[in-house]
Ligand binder design. Structure first.
Ligand SMILES: NC(=O)c1ccc[n+]([C@@H]2O[C@H](COP(=O)([O-])OP(=O)(O)OC[C@H]3O[C@@H](n4cnc5c(N)ncnc54)[C@H](OP(=O)(O)O)[C@@H]3O)[C@@H](O)[C@H]2O)c1
Length: 260
């Protein structure tokens, strides 16, 4: 991660979980930071804990359609240049299609996909002009299989992965590395928000946040297209490619789409 020393990284969803941990690790690698999320207090507490680098805090609700442009303008206004964009903000409801409001479903797509695409488009432009940049998009292993019972979230992450894999090739000649980090279950606030209560079987498969964040940042530094942290999830994603699609969907629904 030495190449990130002295660079500036903007991290969305830096107020908790994987984004917060990436902020700590990037600060450790000598990167200046722009921390973005809705919970200003959490961002400011984190900023106060990070030593030896410059840290800016920008409060933004990325479900708002105008937010990506406003974020870009706030960065320019502060005279900052973003070398590394980490599109990490995201959430998922573990609920069936008919058990959720349309507003909640579209909210997931707005944050997980719309804002991610808009920020990538906006920040890739100056990166391409400079001939250098890094974009780390946080997807999920659920990009590998549709999940009955959690369909919209899995589909939103399939978008992240498909977009990222294509842009990895497309933006390479412009000097921009695009990496998709696809975590499996990770111990953050995510599961509590998604399910209310963690299934004890799934709880055992949860990874600690530090190696997940580290795998993403190291993968980005090495110019990888897709990074799946953890042997369990690497095997899982490899096996799903070998099984018939209809089995995979039913199995995913039984394991990950169950409701209590
Ligand atoms: N944990 C897992 O098991 C897991 C597995 C696969 C993929 N992921 C992905 O990993 C990423 C990070 O999640 P996490 O596990 O670290 O969960 P988390 O602890 O809940 O963190 C989610 C972050 O996203 C931010 N966020 C959510 N909605 C936002 C909005 N409207 N505007 C701005 N920021 C928003 C949150 O900040 P505020 O609430 O302060 O706005 C928070 O900082 C997500 O994209 C998630 O889909 C997680």
């Amino acid at each position: 991660m030495d190449i990130f020393n002295g660079k500036t990284a903007l991290i969305t969803g830096a107020s908790s979980g994987i984004g917060e941990e990436m902020a700590r690790q990037l600060a450790g690698a000598g990167s200046n930071l722009v921390l973005v999320a809705r919970r200003t207090g959490r961002l400011e507490t984190l900023a106060g804990q990070l030593q030896g680098v410059q840290v800016a805090v920008i409060t933004m609700d990325l479900s708002e359609p105008a937010a990506p442009q406003a974020l870009m303008e706030a960065v320019v206004q502060r005279g900052l240049q973003v070398d590394i964009l980490v599109n990490n903000a995201g959430f998922g409801y573990q609920k069936p299609l008919l058990g959720m409001t349309l507003e909640d479903q579209l909210g997931m797509v707005d944050v997980n996909d719309r804002a991610l695409l808009a920020l990538t488009r906006l920040f890739a432009e100056p990166m391409a002009q400079r001939g250098q940049g890094w974009v780390l998009n946080v997807g999920s292993v659920s990009a590998w299989f549709p999940i009955p019972g959690m369909a919209v979230y899995a589909a939103s992450k399939a978008f992240v992965q498909t977009l990222g894999r294509a842009l990895h090739e497309e933006l390479k000649p412009a000097g921009i590395i695009v990496t998709t980090l696809s975590p499996g279950g990770t111990r953050t606030e995510f599961s509590r928000k998604a399910r209310g209560q963690m299934d004890p079987t799934l709880e055992k498969a949860m990874m600690p946040v530090a190696p997940v964040a580290r795998a993403g940042l190291v993968g980005l530094a090495r110019g990888r297209a897709v990074v799946v942290p953890g042997v369990l999830y690497q095997v899982m994603t490899a096996v799903t490619r070998l099984l018939p699609g209809s089995w995979v969907v039913r199995l995913a629904g039984r394991v990950m789409g169950r409701h209590h």
